[in-house]
Write a protein that binds this ligand. Structure first.
Ligand code: ACO
Length: 403
C-alpha cells in the first residue's frame, strides 16, 4: 500500500502490485488452486480424477455449467458441439492470405478473431442464448481452425471434421488424415490427447484468462476476447513455454551438458531460464506435470519409442535441478509444459503446433470465465490504476528555444 496523495490527492487506499502477485481481480467458482499443496480442482473435482476417469467434453460441460453432466445432458452437449465443428467455407479463403511459413499461432489468433465477422448472431453479449451458442461454437471450431492452420503450413488440403469421432480423435483425423488414404485415429493416442486437453482446460486467473476477462469487461464480443487470450498465451513465459521447453531439451542434447545449462539458468547476468520450470502459483509441484509425465511414457510406449534422447535429457534435468540449492530455495519445479512437448512430438505434432494445442484446450476455460464474468451483476470494466513515476508538471517550450 503506498501513499499517493502527492500525485492524486486523497484517493483512499491504493495498492501497487506489479504482476498482480497478491491482488484478486474477481470472484470465481470455476477453478481452485492451492499452489503450496499442489492442488488443482475444476468445480471441486480434483484434476487427477478428471484426467483418469473423465473425458474432455464432460470437463467442458463441468467448467461451463458447474456440474458433471447426466448421460442425457452429455449426449446433448456432445451433439451440439459436433454439430458446430465446421467453419464457414469462406474461412478457407481467409487462410490462403497467410504465408505458408506463418506460425500457426499467428494464423489462429487472426482466424478466431475473424469468426466474429462470420457469426454475427452470437456476438450480442447481452443475449444469454447468443452467449450459449458462441461458447459451443468456440469449443467446436477452434480445433478445426487449428488443424486447418497445420494443414495449410504443410501444403496439404484441409480435412473436414468427422462428427462420428470423439473430440480428440477428430482432431487427430483433421491433422493427420490425407484424402488418398484411409485414416483410423489411434485410440491410445486419442485418449492421451483427450487427457492433455483436460489438463489444460482451465487454470483460474493466469495471464491469458485475465486478458480474456479484461477484454470482455469492455463488452467486446466473445470471439474477439478469445483471440486476445490466444495472443497472450503465445508468449514464452506462458503457453509458448511448451515449444521453448522442447527447443531447450534439443539444444542441451545430451545429459552431460545439463550442468552447463543449469549454471546458465542460475546466472543472474544471463537471461536464460530453464523452460518448463517454475510457476507463479505452484510452489511445491504442478499436479498437471505429474499426470503429463505419465502420459508421456504411455505415448512413447504406444509409438514404440524405447530410447528417446529428449526424454533422457528431461528426466536427468529434472533430477539434477531438484537437487540443486537454487531451484530448491526458489521452489522451482517442472510445470505442465516440461513433458508436454516430448509427448506431442511423439504423437507427430511439429513444435510450432504445441501452443496451438494448448490454446485449443484452454478455449473452454476462457469461455467459461468470460461467461461467469458477463453473468456477474457486480461486473465493471477492468481498469487497473498506475503509479505515475514521470515528470511533474512542466511548461511547453517552443522548438526554437529548445537546446
Ligand atoms: N529458471 C531459472 N530461474 C528461474 C526460473 C527458471 N525457469 N523461473 C523463475 N526463476 C527465478 C527468477 O530468476 C527469480 O529469481 P530472483 O528471485 O533471484 O530474481 C525467481 O526464480 C522468481 O521468478 P519470477 O520470474 O519472479 O517468478 P514469476 O512467478 O514471476 O514467474 C514463471 C513464473 C514466468 C513461470 C517463471 O518461473 C518462468 O519464466 N519459467 C520459465 C517459463 C515457463 O516454463 N513458463 C510456463 C509457466 S506454466 C504455464 O503457463 C502453463
Amino acid at each position: 500500500v503506498v501513499d499517493i496523495s502527492s500525485l492524486y490527492g486523497d484517493t483512499g487506499m491504493f495498492t501497487y502490485d506489479p504482476g498482480f502477485t497478491s491482488t484478486a481481480s474477481c470472484e470465481s467458482k470455476i477453478t481452485y488452486i492451492d499452489g503450496d499443496a499442489g492442488i488443482l480442482n475444476y468445480r471441486g473435482y480434483p484434476i487427477e480424477q478428471l484426467a483418469e476417469h473423465g473425458d474432455f467434453l464432460e470437463t467442458c460441460y463441468l467448467l461451463l455449467y458447474g456440474d458433471l453432466p447426466t448421460p442425457a445432458q452429455k449426449a446433448d452437449f456432445d451433439y451440439r458441439v459436433t454439430r458446430h465443428t465446421m467453419v464457414h467455407e469462406q474461412m478457407t479463403r481467409f487462410f490462403t492470405g497467410f504465408r505458408r511459413d506463418a506460425h500457426p499461432m499467428a494464423v489462429i489468433v487472426g482466424c478466431v478473431g475473424a469468426l466474429s465477422a462470420f457469426y454475427h448472431d452470437s456476438t450480442d453479449i447481452t443475449d444469454p442464448m447468443a452467449r450459449e451458442i458462441a461458447s459451443i461454437r468456440m469449443i467446436a471450431k477452434v480445433p478445426t481452425l487449428a488443424a486447418m492452420a497445420y494443414k495449410y503450413s504443410i501444403g496439404q488440403p484441409f480435412v473436414y471434421p468427422r462428427n462420428d469421432l470423439d473430440y480428440a480423435a477428430n482432431f487427430l483425423h483433421m491433422c493427420f488424415a490425407v484424402p488418398c488414404e484411409e485414416f483410423k485415429p489411434n485410440p491410445v493416442l486419442a485418449r492421451a490427447l483427450d487427457r492433455i486437453f483436460i489438463l489444460h482446460a482451465d487454470h483460474e486467473q493466469n495471464a491469458s484468462t485475465s486478458t480474456v476477462r479484461l477484454a470482455g469487461s469492455s463488452g467486446a464480443n466473445p470471439f474477439a476476447c478469445i483471440a486476445a487470450g490466444i495472443a497472450c498465451l503465445w508468449g514464452p513465459a506462458h503457453g509458448g513455454a511448451n515449444e521453448a521447453a522442447l527447443q531447450m531439451l534439443q539444444e542441451i542434447g545430451t545429459p552431460d551438458r545439463i550442468p552447463e545449462y543449469v549454471a546458465k539458468a542460475k546466472d543472474k547476468n544471463d537471461p536464460f531460464r530453464l523452460m518448463g520450470f517454475g510457476h507463479r502459483v505452484y510452489k511445491n509441484y504442478d499436479p498437471r506435470a505429474k499426470i503429463m509425465q505419465k502420459t508421456c511414457h504411455e505415448v512413447l510406449s504406444e509409438m514404440g519409442i524405447k530410447d528417446d534422447p529428449l526424454l533422457d535429457v528431461a528426466i536427468e534435468l529434472e533430477r539434477f535441478a531438484l537437487k540443486d540449492e537454487y531451484f530448491i530455495e526458489k521452489k522451482l519445479y517442472p510445470n505442465i509444459d516440461f513433458y508436454s512437448g516430448i509427448t506431442l512430438k511423439a504423437m507427430g505434432f511439429p513444435t510450432s503446433m504445441f501452443t496451438a494445442l494448448f490454446a485449443l484446450a484452454r478455449t473452454v476455460g476462457w469461455i467459461a470465465q468470460w461467461k461467469e464474468m458477463i453473468e456477474d451483476p457486480s461486473q465493471r470494466i477492468g481498469r487497473p490504476r498506475q503509479l505515475y513515476t514521470g515528470h511533474a508538471k512542466r511548461d511547453y517550450v517552443s522548438i526554437a528555444q529548445r537546446r
